[in-house]
Write a protein of this length. Sequence first.
Length: 277
Amino acid sequence: MSVEEQEDKIEGAFPLEQDSNEAETVCRDCAFAVYDGDTQTACSLDRLDKFEENGAEVLEVYDETNKEFFVIKGRVCVCWRHPDWKEKHEGRNLEEIVKKETTIRMDAIIYIDKDSAYEDVKNTLDSLKAGQVKPACVTFVKNQCEIDDWAIVTLGRKSGLKWKAETVREDDATRGRCVDIAVRKTSAKECNYYFVYNAGEIVPKNFISDINHSINEDMNRFLALRSDDGNGDVGQIHIHKQIGGNRDKPFLAKVENTSRSQGCPELLQKTSDIVSE
């Protein structure tokens, strides 16, 4: 597949899956819809105003029973819950439960090359374990690395985190190629996003929590985040796979080119604009 064909695929994916112009959220039966009689007056999670602030059209509509409610055009609210869900969790803090259920799931890729030492891998892993929000999975990727496989296995088993390890046996494999191999083995159902750090780098405690807040609280939209030095690059797993990852051209360059040509450059943002120091 040529670079042009790969970028054609990304055009078909714009905007984000959960922000398609074909999508909408009908608040009528949502557990968080606030009613005065048969008229919805608010969302108990205060998400309606946030959607509007981020460009979504929120309509006031009514059905055949004259029940009035809101419809969010072009966006899917990940917090929509059926009344049965509310009944199931009766007596509990529903806002905290839904926040936990919608927390983004990230695959933390630790890139281990020929210059990496065991302590480098351990230090990066320890920083992930200390995070305010833990990664859904950790992927160790070895590229011409002399660290024993069992040392990596032992680190993974003792981490308390879900993990997997990949050893790349290609003589000329680039970092981008290794990331592609790691992402290929990660299910989009298991994780929404991935991020990459070189072994030895320390991942900020607030890395995942800040990104989660940006997406779920601020309603920010992006396909990828670019760091200054490659440590902290973020990609949406579904999109990475769909456009061929780093094949022929870096993934972030593909996202940048297509997002600009489609008039939505905000879909590639800087990691530093979202993750505070």
